[in-house]
Every structure is written in C-alpha cells, then in structure tokens.
Design a protein around this ligand. Structure first.
Ligand code: ITT
Length: 197
C-alpha cells in the first residue's frame, strides 16, 4: 500500500521526509499526481484544513494520505496570520511579501511573541481520519536573518535559541519545530498501523 503526503510545498515535504521514518512504506506526494486539482483550504482551523487535504487526496488516489496544515500565530495580531499564513499578503503566495507585511503590521509593537502550529492528519482511503498537533513558541524579530528553511523562518527565533529558524541548520529545526513535535506524536500513534499497510 502506498502513502501519499498531501502537500505541494517542496520545503514542507523535505522536512516531513527528514523527520518521519517511513520505513518499508512506498511514499509518494501530491507532486506525483499533477492531474489532481489543488485542495481549496477554506476551513477556519488548521485541523479542518489538514483533514480536508488528507481526505481529498486519499479518496482521489484510493491510498492512505498524510497532510500537514500549519501557520504562524502572532499574539499582538490576535493570532494572525494563522490559517491564512500562506496567503497573508494575498495571491499569488509570496514568502517575501508575507514577511514584509508581518514586519509592517508589527512595527511599533512591543509584544513580539508568536508560535508556529501544525496539525497533521492521516486519512485512510475511505476518508476516516486521525489528527495530532504540535507547536513551537518564540518571538518575531525586526529584520530578516538567515537563508535556510522557508516561509516565516527568517523572522522567527524559537524559545531557548538566539538564531532564527533560517539561521539554524535543518537538523536543529527538524528536532524542535512545530512540525517535528506533531510528527513525533504521529509516529508514536500511527507507526504500527502504517507498517502494517
Ligand atoms: P500545502 O497546503 O500544499 O501543504 P502550503 O504552503 O499551502 O502547502 P499551508 O497551507 O499549511 O501549506 O500554509 C503554511 C504556511 O505557513 C506556509 O506557506 C508558510 O508561509 C508558513 N509556514 C508553515 N510552516 C512553516 C515553517 O516551518 N517555517 C516557516 N513558515 C512556515
């Protein structure tokens, strides 16, 4: 049985493959199914969007599917950009424009606290789902630093560190990130089930 990682974000896919040990499973991603339409992410929670992505890909491919919906919640902005993180500055999605908008919205604000959140959903071919989640708290700095990672990484310093996610190496980010925390829970909960597929 194949497992499809229901993402078209290449950075995310690379992190998921680095963090999660898919031992013995044939793993494909949404990139292997170019004919499938993009899933419209119209739910108002990470959980709702993660479930929708996993279920639509699982039903369309008749395989098991794993999806990640994630984003950045900034306290001084009432939790924005949240589920709108990918298209915060509008479409087409641009990490550069999103980061510029975030800096603009936070200019003059004292409270820079924020957290990344990820919900990972697993769907069987019929659309039955399970979810786990992870978060990583930190602060938003005032200028971009670093070139690793993607998205808001150059602006986010995780608690306990002095470098941004974009300055830390991939191994460190993949040990402490929201995605790492969610996928560790996913592995604990689902590895027996996945190995048996
Ligand atoms: P898929 O839906 O195809 O998986 P996406 O990029 O649209 O890809 P999301 O809807 O989950 O994924 O949006 C997540 C956005 O949140 C992403 O585009 C980044 O802007 C941001 N983000 C998520 N995880 C991040 C991380 O680890 N580091 C930096 N930014 C991140």
């Amino acid at each position: 049985m194949k497992l499809i990682i229901a993402t078209r974000n290449a950075h995310k896919l690379e992190e998921i493959r680095a963090i999660f040990d898919f031992q013995g499973l044939e793993v494909l991603s949404a990139f292997d199914f170019p004919e499938l339409p993009d899933v419209e992410e119209d739910r108002d929670t990470f959980e709702g969007n993660a479930i929708k992505k996993a279920v639509e890909i699982a039903r369309a491919t008749r395989c098991w599917a794993l999806a990640d919906d994630s984003g950045l919640e900034v306290d001084a902005l009432g939790g924005a950009p949240g589920v709108y993180s990918a298209r915060y500055a509008g479409e087409p999605c641009s990490y550069e424009a999103n980061n510029e908008k975030l800096l603009r919205e936070l200019s003059g604000k004292e409270d820079r606290s924020a957290r990344f959140r990820t919900v990972v959903a697993l769907s069987d071919p019929g659309g039955s789902t399970q979810t786990v989640e992870g978060e990583c708290c930190g602060v938003i700095i005032k200028e971009l630093r670093g070139t690793n990672g993607f998205g808001y990484d150059p602006l986010f310093i995780p608690d306990g560190y002095s470098e941004t996610f974009a300055e830390l190496d991939a191994e460190t980010k993949n040990r402490i990130s929201h995605r790492a925390r969610a996928l560790r829970k996913a592995y604990a909960a689902w590895s027996d089930l996945l190995v048996g597929l």
